[in-house]
Ligand binder design. Structure first.
Ligand SMILES: Cc1ncc(COP(=O)(O)O)c(C=O)c1O
Length: 311
């Protein structure tokens, strides 16, 4: 029974992963942890872990107003639906309006070139409101998602976006909100951590061929996979990290069409791998171009000829 609003495994996942990742990356210097509230798995689990490491860490929970239009997060009334909302474990609760959150989306995009979604911007507004401007503060704010899934929400809040053809107005009069949309589109076309079939083919022929890591289940992998790749299902990446090459080694993650492999790529990056990309179009695009595939019984990465680096 998955029910993310009741299942303690939700918060527990953050105790096991998000919390240690933040502790490691800040070298234990984190002073504040700030997150938006949806199921509350993130805030409760990560907060518990960080407080266990250092009881002085301040855990700040940020939520939208009643009747809000921010996907993924819940107002105080909506939060009654989640059993993981435990305000007694947090050091502060901050309410942020839609207007402040969407304005921050625009600022993040224009000033920092960060394409964050509205719940990320909401959390940042909350952080800036409560954390003092202290040079010793190390504040970690969770950005759960980028903006790409929320096109219709952006259209509601930035109505000019659709009616502003890029050639219509001279640059000096360009609408900043249309610029936001342009940069969203440009970024989605140039994602630097994905690659195309041609890129992978060239990389495999190059001097430092990447490890091609198929992150699907062994059953699906067995049906058809990129020739020579290694199978390491998504759920086993962290526990079997020891079978992977060093953190500098290039890795390309692959799945059916390039969705699950993005999660694999992000997971590997969170484990410290510096050169990971996800194959757009996945095994299907690879096969459609007539490139070699295999169908065989799954080979555990550790047993593969030459270990996990054989590609
Ligand atoms: C976009 C977005 N922001 C924030 C959250 C909140 O995270 P949590 O559910 O861990 O409280 C979610 C949860 O799915 C989300 O999808």
């Amino acid at each position: 029974m998955l029910n993310q609003y009741k299942n303690l495994a939700n918060a527990e996942a953050h105790v096991r992963t998000t919390g240690p990742e933040i502790w490691r990356q800040t070298e234990g210097k984190v002073t504040h942890f700030v997150a938006g509230l949806g199921t509350c798995g993130t805030i409760t689990g990560t907060g518990r872990y960080l407080k266990q490491r250092n009881p002085g860490v301040k855990v700040i929970a940020v939520h939208p107003t009643e009747g809000h239009d921010i996907p993924g997060v819940r107002s105080i009334r909506q939060l009654q639906q989640t059993e993981l909302f435990l305000p007694e474990e947090y050091d502060g609760l901050v309410e942020v309006s839609d207007e402040d959150a969407f304005d921050m989306c625009l600022r993040l995009n224009r000033e920092e070139s960060v394409i964050a979604g509205p719940s990320s911007a909401m959390a940042l507004v909350g952080a800036l409101r409560v954390v003092e401007d202290d040079p010793d503060a190390v504040v970690v704010v969770i950005f759960p998602d980028n903006a790409f899934k929320y096109a219709s929400t952006f259209e509601r809040h930035f109505p000019q976006v659709r009616s502003a053809p890029s050639h219509a107005a001279p640059a000096a009069e360009a609408d900043p909100k249309a610029e936001l949309f342009d940069s969203l589109v440009a970024n989605s076309r140039n994602a630097h951590n994905t690659c195309e079939v041609d890129d992978l083919r060239a990389a495999l022929a190059g001097s430092q061929p990447p490890l091609v890591l198929d992150v699907r289940t062994p059953e699906v992998y067995a049906k058809q996979h990129v020739a020579g790749c290694v199978n390491l299902p998504l759920a086993e990446i962290a526990p079997r990290q020891g079978e992977l090459p060093d953190l500098e080694h290039p890795i390309v993650t692959v799945c059916n069409r390039g969705n699950m492999s993005i999660t694999g790529m992000l997971l590997l990056q969170s484990l410290g791998y510096k050169n990971v990309r996800s194959l757009n179009g996945g095994t299907i695009a690879w096969a459609e171009q007539g490139l070699p595939t295999e169908s065989a019984s799954p080979v555990p990465a550790s047993d593969a000829d030459g270990g996990a680096t054989r590609c």
